[in-house]
Design a protein around this ligand. Structure first.
Ligand SMILES: Nc1ncnc2c1ncn2[C@@H]1O[C@H](COP(=O)(O)OP(=O)(O)OP(=O)(O)O)[C@@H](O)[C@H]1O
Ligand SMILES: [Mg+2]
Length: 458
């Protein structure tokens, strides 16, 4: 914001002053030539010394100011991060350490601020010396010319009175220059951001159809692949699950399908179109992604739900709240006007997730991806959500990513991933029969979930 404020000084004050500072001495010169040429020349010759001094300072000032802005934004970033993580810092008693760290950064910032001020003060002093020195030279010249009888008393007085005006516009330009330099350093950063190449807008509309990934490879970093040539098929209207250990690449697949992980190799086709050629708009209308940390916005339940369908009537919103089992709770509050704080801070984890599911259901897209949408929530909310996902699977293409295998048993097909590759696939029965990784995971989870239930453990 500050950088933007200073852009105004550059365009609004500096540039007009620049033209004024160039024209004023020339006009005065032309006028004074009729009074006394030598004095006019002395004055005119001294004027360019001011911009020369500015230019001499500029390279050095530019570097200093760019460093200053760097430190300024770095300090702002750390301050914001520490403020957001203050609770965590308190829990681990790391606030003292962070305090010292910030003090060190603030001290660095103080030093560079002082350097900038010193630089500005010095260059203003130099400009003053030139301006007043030049004016004095002009006056002396006028007096000498008067003594020699080359100019009348009135002419001499006129030159003395006007000599300061030769320099004042340039001198003012110099003062604006420092503020403008700040603006220029800030604008460099702003324009660098604005000048980043923008990919041409894609216009192809996402068709509705099977989603097929062939030899899909993706890397976040140049030399480390997260997906190594995966083949996945999500037929239209089917219910498919992806399971596998943490870090095997499940969310990476989801992010590729959502168009968030750009630059994949291989092919991802939706119907007869390649995913990377589709417009983002139409892809977002085609696929809804629900993760375990869906964001709820500060506002009301109605506002949050309407994000899924802006023109939804209250009746429709209540119907969806009924489906996600939140209606009874909200009736006890202020209904659809119940306030939601930032990130849904005033709701429980399960309630947040159920509301997020409600919003997703309202979006009514042909494809749904649920990425650990039931993680970290109570069993009851999990059951509600899984029930809705299964119901949805009857009418939509559903892709479910889950750690808990009990949630995926009803899938038409289950993909098992390991280290960025698909190692097994099939229905629950087929996978259990083959006795691979899925069946060992299944058995491990079953014995954990049944632990103590059959009376074998007292
Ligand atoms: N933004 C990222 N930048 C760099 N590497 C990433 C990024 N996100 C994920 N990875 C890496 O990609 C690999 C796959 O991650 P991914 O998030 O797809 O796993 P996952 O199967 O969803 O795991 P989990 O079950 O824990 O959610 C991991 O090795 C991870 O370190
Ligand atoms: Mg994940």
């Amino acid at each position: 914001m500050e950088g933007i404020d200073q852009l105004e000084t550059y365009f609004g004050a500096y540039l007009p002053q620049f033209f004024y500072a160039c024209l004023a001495p020339l006009t005065l010169f032309a006028y004074l030539c009729f009074v006394n040429v030598p004095s006019a020349i002395v004055l005119l010759v001294c004027v360019p010394l001011i911009p020369a001094a500015i230019a001499a300072v500029q390279t050095w000032a530019k570097k200093l100011l760019s460093k200053y802005w760097g430190q300024y934004t770095a300090l702002g970033d750390t301050f914001l991060e520490n403020l957001q993580g203050l609770t965590t810092l308190k829990i681990y008693q790391a606030d003292g350490y962070k305090n010292e760290e910030m003090n060190r950064e603030a001290e660095k910032f103080r030093r560079i601020t002082m350097k900038v001020l010193t630089m500005q003060l010095n260059s203003i002093t130099i400009m003053d010396l030139i301006a007043y020195g030049g004016a004095a030279l002009g006056m002396i010249m006028a007096a000498a010319q008067y003594r020699a009888g080359h100019v009348s008393l009135a002419g001499c007085l006129l030159i003395i009175l006007l000599s300061a005006d030769f320099f004042i516009p340039m001198r003012q330009l110099g003062s604006f220059f420092h503020i403008a330099m700040n603006g220029m350093a800030a604008s460099d950063k702003i324009f660098r951001l604005l000048d980043l190449p923008e990919k041409p807008e894609k216009t192809a509309v996402c068709p509705d159809g099977d989603i097929v990934c062939e030899s899909l490879t993706f890397s976040y970093e140049a030399d480390r692949e997260a997906l190594h040539g995966v083949n996945l098929v999500f037929p239209k209207g089917s219910f498919t699950s992806i399971v596998g250990e943490s870090g095997c690449g499940k969310s990476t697949v989801a992010a590729v399908l959502m168009g968030r992980n750009k630059g994949y190799a291989g092919s991802v086709r939706i119907g007869d179109a390649e995913l990377c050629e589709l417009s983002e708009d139409s892809l977002m209308r085609q696929i809804t992604y629900v993760s375990h940390q869906s964001y709820l916005f500060k506002g009301t339940v109605r506002e949050n739900l309407r994000m899924g369908k802006p023109d939804a009537e209250d009746g429709e919103l209540w119907a969806v709240l009924e489906r996600v089992n939140l209606a009874a709770f909200l009736e006890g509050e202020q209904g659809l006007d119940t306030g939601i704080s930032e990130k849904g801070g005033n709701l429980s984890g399960g309630q947040c997730q159920r509301l997020a599911l409600g919003r997703a259901l309202l979006h009514d897209s042909p494809v749904y991806i649920f990425d650990e949408a039931t993680s970290n929530i109570d069993a009851e909310s999990e059951n509600d959500i899984v029930r809705e996902i299964h119901r949805l699977a009857g009418t939509k293409t559903v892709i479910l990513i889950s750690h808990r295998l009990a949630n995926v048993t009803a899938s038409d097909r289950i993909y098992v991933m390991e280290n960025g590759a698909v190692t097994e696939s099939g229905t629950q029965e087929e996978l259990l029969k083959t006795g691979g990784m899925y069946s060992s995971l299944w058995n491990a989870q079953q014995s954990l979930e049944n632990y103590g239930k059959d009376g074998s453990v007292a």
